[in-house]
Design a protein around this ligand. Structure first.
Ligand code: GTP
Ligand code: MG
Length: 178
């Protein structure tokens, strides 16, 4: 018999790092250079077969970067079972904010057994890598382990690099917990 699983996943990170673009790429296979800041929260749904018995309804909560300064995240985070934490490879300040987002997440939501919700780190805009920044592979590997992320990926919503891989990694992690 087929079963359906509804998974609420948060997409968080500073202003303009590409959260909305990642979701649009993943769900609709589109990309635009035009930037319009998300206000509050936005939603997207992707439904797909996981295995012979299971259909996943993946509900992506696209949290506005500016919400880090607001009081609503506690409400938005409720019942989430996973998160994508995104930074912009070309802006160091957005990498520094990653731990603030992860801290906010872990302070406000946890799994039923009290463990933190699985989170994957996305170094987005890797198509602009030549514009430099801080983080190279090995460093991120250590950072990921030290701060309790279940994995990390260099992604590009523009070129469609590793978006599927990152989200699949998160879903695998979520599904392996029950
Ligand atoms: P807020 O809603 O304000 O929190 O921002 P956001 O994280 O949703 O960022 P958004 O997806 O709106 O992208 C911001 C800008 O970055 C837009 O101009 C996008 O076109 C651009 N952008 C997003 N992802 C990529 C990428 O992978 N590569 C490049 N080159 N640009 C990107
Ligand atoms: Mg947005």
């Amino acid at each position: 018999m087929q079963q359906e699983r509804l998974l609420k996943v948060l997409v968080i990170g500073d202003l303009g790092v590409g959260k909305t673009s990642i979701i649009k790429r993943y769900v609709h296979q589109i990309f635009s250079h035009h930037y319009r800041a998300t206000i509050g929260v936005d939603f997207a749904l992707k439904v797909f077969n996981w295995d012979h018995q299971t259909v996943i309804r993946l509900q992506l909560w696209d949290i506005a970067g500016q919400e880090r300064y607001g009081n609503m995240t506690r409400v938005y985070y409720r019942e989430a079972v996973g998160a994508l934490v995104v930074f912009d490879m070309t802006r160091a300040s957005t990498f520094q904010a990653v731990l603030k987002w992860k801290g906010d997440l872990d302070a406000k939501v946890a799994l039923g057994n009290g463990r933190p919700v699985p989170a994957v780190l996305l170094a987005n805009k890797c198509d602009l890598q030549h514009q430099g920044l801080c983080t190279k592979g090995p460093k991120l590997e250590t950072f990921t382990r030290e701060h309790g992320f279940v994995g990390w990926y260099e992604t590009s919503a523009k070129d469609d690099t590793n978006i599927d891989a990152a989200i699949t990694c998160l879903v695998e992690n979520i599904m392996s917990r029950d």
